[in-house]
Write a protein that binds this ligand. Structure first.
Ligand code: SF4
Length: 618
């Protein structure tokens, strides 16, 4: 079962075209050879027509091509008519996606007014209580029949009105029947989506696409690859477009890094027809990141060299770290085997940051590249490795994209029967990787090309390093990493640690899973996230989920230690793991109660007032 022809050759997956609205008048075509479509979501109350229109116009002004609006009730769904009418009056023709959870009747109302209806197979026509029940085969079939009865009217209406459906599976909200049969697994997510796709196809309706979201980039990457492999297995006409996103990625550099790892890695695999970068920030900022990320993919995938190999050096569907022996990387720093993935810096970076590092600091260089006993290999040719424990990396200047080069290195080592630890680099050409091109107005270059080379902007260096190193880490490849594309010394060091944390490889600070907010949000996500961070960001290794509501389910908090979740307007429910422990806490005291809960579970330490100050890359 495969999801792409070769892990060494970029080739965009061929998908069928889904026409959303009228492409001649503001609509878009998703799939085929069309550019990847950028989308986002409103954060305001759907009943506030003026604010919905204002936010939509703001998104469209920055290039958003598809705007999602939540419709929690039939009343909200009916108000989509007013929103769309007002947008069209203002000559804004952007297609709208209605976001539906739980209520088929809201979907039936929304389909009258908007171009796309999103349904969540995990909760369409289900109760808001998630539970794992036992299902016999008969009960399972009866459940499927019940879902078919509830979903078919929407399919028929969408077909009649020429609407599209987004079958949006979410890792955190799988149905009871799926959890019973497949567990909380990528296969469960995929089968959940396929159940709904089969109902669409039964009625010869094909205008649908699949998102398959998770807040964990490794899980998300595995799910999408498995989905594509299963679609290919079903047959050539199961070539439905894919929407990519990492859900609840959070904010700032962490949100960008998580999204770049998940979305970027799949785009480099040739998958994805539309994307959303979910950030707990104002929605227009998501579009800037979408655009920047998409612009990096040709740079990170193209090369003139064709690798004649299709053998995978990793399992694309299940994360498993490549087995390596433990070695001493530097004095008292081990790497490989079960050791932490280590952070290596260049001598130049070391010289700039060494005097700022204190013994207790978590963010510190663990080895200097120029001091390493390392074999630099050109994987495009034949090579020998005599020492089994020699650290290896790709030689600078190799004419391959970095992801391809490191995969090829891992594959060739495997063929040689070697499992040497690998040092990953974000780029394999030190000079080229630090430069981009920027329009200028008053130079000779500008007169000729309109562009001149400049140092990479930090935001671009961040995206490139996250895509390259994050993709390889998600493949299970890498025992140490080196970031050089970011020219700032402190920034490159911090970026390396942040990539390791976002990829789930190391935990050197508090981890936050925060939803981007939408019309269902029961508190101000940005303000509350900032408040929670102020109190908890010294808690190394603790993971806190901050969710505007429980729609995406407690499953999203599966690997969070604590959850702060909107329960009702002004009321918060607190979770320990997946379990709600405290209910309806007034918002004014909820952060204090969260801190109490962390203390009760012995995860609290007092801040020492000496938090490390290393500049942020964004
Ligand atoms: S979790 Fe957040 S973004 Fe998702 S539906 Fe609830 S409020 Fe909206």
């Amino acid at each position: 079962m495969g999801y792409c022809d070769s892990p060494y050759l970029y080739k965009r997956r061929k998908t069928r075209e889904i026409v959303i609205g009228d492409p001649a008048h503001g609509g878009v075509i998703i799939g085929g050879n069309h550019p990847v479509v950028m989308q986002s979501m409103l954060t305001c109350d759907t009943m506030d027509t003026a604010e919905c229109v204002r936010q939509t116009l703001e998104l469209v002004a920055v290039g958003c091509q598809l705007v999602r609006i939540t419709a929690p009730t039939v009343k909200d769904a009916a108000n989509l008519q007013n929103i769309v009418r007002e947008l069209r009056v203002q000559n804004c023709l952007v297609p709208i996606v209605a976001d539906i959870h739980f209520k088929p009747e809201a979907a039936m109302e929304a389909v009258k007014w908007v171009e796309v209806v999103r349904v969540n197979p995990g909760n369409y026509a289900d109760s808001k209580k998630f539970a794992i029940k036992e299902y016999s085969d008969e009960q399972y079939s009866a459940e499927l029949k019940r879902i078919e009865e509830k979903f078919t009217p929407l399919v028929l209406e969408a077909k009649k009105l020429k609407r599209s459906i987004r079958i949006g599976t979410n890792h955190g909200s799988l149905s009871d029947r799926i959890m019973n049969r497949y567990g909380d697994t990528p296969l469960g997510m995929v089968e959940s989506a396929l159940e709904f796709a089969r109902i669409c196809r039964k009625h010869d309706f094909h205008d649908f696409k699949f998102p398959m979201k998770s807040s964990n980039p490794k899980v998300m990457i595995g799910c999408y690859r498995l989905l594509v492999a299963r679609l290919q297995q079903e047959g050539p006409d199961w070539n439905y477009p894919i929407h990519l996103g990492v859900t609840e990625a959070g904010e700032g550099e962490d949100g960008r890094i998580k999204s770049a790892i998940g979305i970027g890695s799949l785009l480099c695999d040739g998958l994805g027809d539309t994307i959303r970068v979910s950030l707990t920030e104002d929605s227009p900022r998501e579009i800037e990141v979408c655009r920047d990320l998409l612009a990096q993919i040709p740079i990170l995938t193209n090369s003139g060299f064709i690798v004649q190999n299709s053998e995978f050096p990793f399992d694309p569907f299940h994360f498993e770290k490549r087995e390596t022996p433990e070695i001493e990387l530097a004095d008292q720093v081990m790497c490989g085997g079960e050791q932490l993935i280590r952070v290596v810096v260049t001598r130049a970076t070391w010289d700039k940051v060494a005097h700022k590092i204190r013994p207790k600091d978590d963010v510190k260089p663990e080895a200097v590249y120029e001091d390493l006993n390392i074999a630099e290999i050109d994987p495009t040719g034949d090579f020998e490795i005599n020492c089994k424990t020699q650290l290896v990396t790709v030689k600078d200047g190799v004419k391959l994209p970095a992801i391809t080069a490191f995969r090829l290195l891992a594959a060739k080592l495997k063929r040689l029967g070697r499992n040497n630890p690998i040092l990953l680099k974000d780029c394999i050409n030190f000079d080229e990787c630090r430069t981009g091109f920027q329009p200028v107005s008053d130079s000779k270059e500008n007169m000729e090309t309109g562009k001149m080379p400049v140092l990479l902007e930090p935001k671009i260096a961040l995206l490139r390093a996250s895509v390259v190193i994050g993709s390889l880490l998600a493949d299970g490849i890498g025992d140490a990493i080196l970031v050089r594309g970011e020219p700032g010394a402190g920034q490159s060091l911090r970026l390396a640690y942040n990539i390791l944390q976002a990829a789930g490889c190391r935990s050197f600070k508090t981890d936050y899973v925060a939803c981007p907010s939408c019309g269902r949000t029961l508190f101000n996500l940005q303000t509350v996230t900032a408040r929670i961070k102020t109190r908890t960001e010294h808690l190394k290794g603790v993971k806190i989920a901050i969710m505007g509501c429980i729609v995406n389910g407690p499953g999203e908090m599966a690997d969070a230690d604590f959850g702060y979740v909107g329960g009702a307007p002004g009321k918060i429910n607190l979770y320990v793991g997946k379990q709600a422990i405290k209910f309806n806490i007034p918002e004014a005291e909820a952060v204090d109660r969260l801190v109490d809960l962390i203390k009760e579970h012995n995860k609290w330490v007092e801040p020492d007032g000496m938090e490390q100050k290393i500049p942020h890359p964004v």
